[in-house]
Ligand binder design. Structure first.
Ligand SMILES: [Zn+2]
Length: 411
């Protein structure tokens, strides 16, 4: 038994003050129970660090430890309480677990590795023999730990993005560090308040060092950014701009299709996708269909040409050349007699400074693109009560690049 005692002493990282006084093997229950006893003597107050006398022992508590050969392993102990002249009677910190945790640090560290490797929280919880709530608690503590440790000193370019979750009626706002490719913070909703909360999550000095922020043309985000980081340049995300142009082309197609079908002309039926993708991303067969349609005098093909031509905008090296290109393109669009294209062009013109700032920073929200599919995956799991808090925890757990592991040496 003394070998086993020494084994657990080492595993739990016990200091001299603690001894393994008993190891019970309950074969039928597949359980190992380890009883730890404190030697007594001088104690350290957990609040102020003063040396104190012992008051008494707290009631027994249990912590789940790493399994021993498939045997669930439980640590049991009565923790001494210090009688601090300053702070009163306080339960001392134990070397094997965090303050209110029901697990040993080694167990938490292992659980975090399994959760990270698994990416499916439900599956990881099954492997660990934990219920969903407990697994979530471990993730939550891990995220808190990581947020306390992380540095945001290097943040220069950020992205603001909205994501829907739940049944698609709810939104969260996400702030990413575009250079560090990590999610910095997640807040509820997509209002100006939500964006303010994102900006306020950065300490004042760091906020002042942000050079540029990438976002779509969502007014609450713009207003918040102008207020909270007046020196940062706003850069409109080029993928959002493409999306706007695609939507305008689709509006033209829908109107035209309707008019043509009224005369029995089915040319545009089933053509929706042809106009939305870059031609190089279409299959050969579909590209041929597109070419055939383009040769005809259709409003949709003129709208499409406007949209495709705008791609060149992003390829300029100099802001001034890009500005000249924009003016030409704008003139073409507003004279096109295609209402959706002209409306979109006017909207882009109102934001032309934030479009041109792209050439000074060259940032897009897609720089953190890897997250989008990840956040999408996580979303499906974030339902029900506390859905937002759960969603935030998971996004930061998987996309925050945080140092999540408990510090096994600090105890
Ligand atoms: Zn004290």
């Amino acid at each position: 038994m003394s070998d086993l005692t020494e084994h657990y002493r080492l595993l739990l990282g016990l200091d001299e003050a603690w001894i393994v006084s008993q190891v019970d093997l309950a074969v039928a229950d597949k359980k190992v129970e380890i009883l730890l006893t404190h030697r007594g003597g001088r104690l350290v107050c957990p609040d102020c660090g003063a040396g104190c006398a012992q008051a008494d022992l707290a009631p027994e508590r249990q912590w789940r430890h790493l399994d021993t050969m498939k045997f669930q392993t439980i640590v049991r102990a009565r923790t001494p309480r210090a009688n601090c002249p300053q702070c009163g009677v306080k339960t001392i910190a134990v070397p094997w677990a965090d303050k209110h945790a029901r697990f040993t640090l080694l167990f938490e560290a292992f659980a975090i590795e399994v959760l990270t490797a698994c990416s499916n929280v439900k599956r990881a919880a099954e492997l660990l023999g934990l219920d969903w709530q407990t697994a979530h608690g471990i993730m939550q503590r891990a995220v808190e730990r990581g947020m306390k440790r992380r540095s945001v000193e290097e943040v220069r370019h950020v992205g603001l993005d909205e994501k829907s979750f739940g049944r698609g009626q709810n939104y969260v706002s996400v702030m990413t560090d575009l250079d560090g490719s990590r999610v910095l913070e997640v807040t509820e909703d997509r209002t100006q308040v939500a964006a303010d909360q994102l900006w306020n999550s950065l300490p004042d000095t760091q906020r002042g060092q942000v050079l540029a922020a990438s976002m779509d043309m969502w007014q609450p985000y713009l207003a918040s950014t102008r207020t909270n980081v007046p020196k940062a340049e706003i850069v409109h995300d080029k993928f959002h701009v493409s999306k706007q142009l695609n939507e305008a082309v689709d509006r033209v197609r829908r109107q035209e299709n309707k008019a043509l079908r009224a005369e029995g002309d089915e040319r545009l039926v089933g053509s929706k996708q042809l106009w939305l993708f870059a031609p190089r991303n279409l299959s050969r067969r579909r590209r041929k269909e597109l070419d055939a349609l383009k040769r005809q005098t259709l409003k949709t093909s003129r709208a499409w040409a406007l949209k495709e031509h705008f791609r060149r905008f992003w390829r300029y090296v100099y802001t001034r050349s890009a500005a000249e290109f924009f003016e030409d393109w704008y003139g073409w669009a507003v004279r096109s007699r295609l209402q959706p294209m002209s409306d979109t062009a006017k909207m882009l013109k109102r934001h032309v400074n934030e479009l041109l700032s792209y050439f000074r920073h060259r940032i897009t929200n897609a720089m953190a693109e890897g997250f989008n599919s990840r956040i999408q995956e996580i979303k499906s799991a974030a339902r029900g009560f506390h859905a937002f808090a759960n969603y935030r925890t998971r996004i930061l757990f998987y996309c925050g690049k945080l140092d999540l592991t408990p510090d096994l040496n600090s105890h």
